[in-house]
Design a protein around this ligand. Structure first.
Ligand SMILES: [Zn+2]
Ligand SMILES: [Zn+2]
Length: 144
């Protein structure tokens, strides 16, 4: 892994939804970066797993109009997320399992240099091919 430099690890990062109406700015480095393969994250994202970075709530500022959806986890704890009512991107998360913290969807930063997850949860429903992802043929871009 290459060494991180000050230039590639900014003190402030801003994530936004697909249309730009909802954004979240976080100060400092995230306390937790997690990928989650639970079926709720799979259905929410349409992807095999969700990825969230968590900061202290005091270090996150949310701007724009959001709609809120809350669900109760398998452990009986509420997790709520805020999504853009125009484009549907889920951006900001608050959960009883991490009191005082705010999660931001990593994809919202659109930053390929964002810190990698430090933990992967819900291994029981992890897609089998994730262990072989490096072997999948890659294209620099898709031009179709
Ligand atoms: Zn939007
Ligand atoms: Zn999940």
């Amino acid at each position: 892994m290459p060494a991180m430099t000050a230039a590639s690890a900014p003190a402030t990062r801003t994530a936004r939804c697909g249309c730009g109406a909802l954004s979240a700015t976080a100060k400092g480095e995230p306390a937790i970066v997690a990928m989650c393969s639970c079926t709720a994250c799979q259905r929410r994202t349409g992807a095999p797993f969700g990825t969230l970075a968590w900061w202290d709530a005091a270090d996150v500022a949310v701007t724009g109009t959001a709609q809120r959806y809350a669900r109760v986890s398998e452990r009986g704890r509420t997790i709520a997320y805020e999504f853009c009512p125009t484009c549907g991107s889920a951006l900001v998360f608050r959960g009883e399992h991490l009191p005082g913290k705010v999660g931001i969807a990593i994809g919202g930063f659109a930053d390929p240099a964002f810190p990698a997850p430090t933990v992967a949860v819900w291994d029981t429903t992890r897609h089998h091919w994730l262990d072989a992802i490096a072997a999948i043929p890659r294209l620099a871009e898709q031009r179709s």
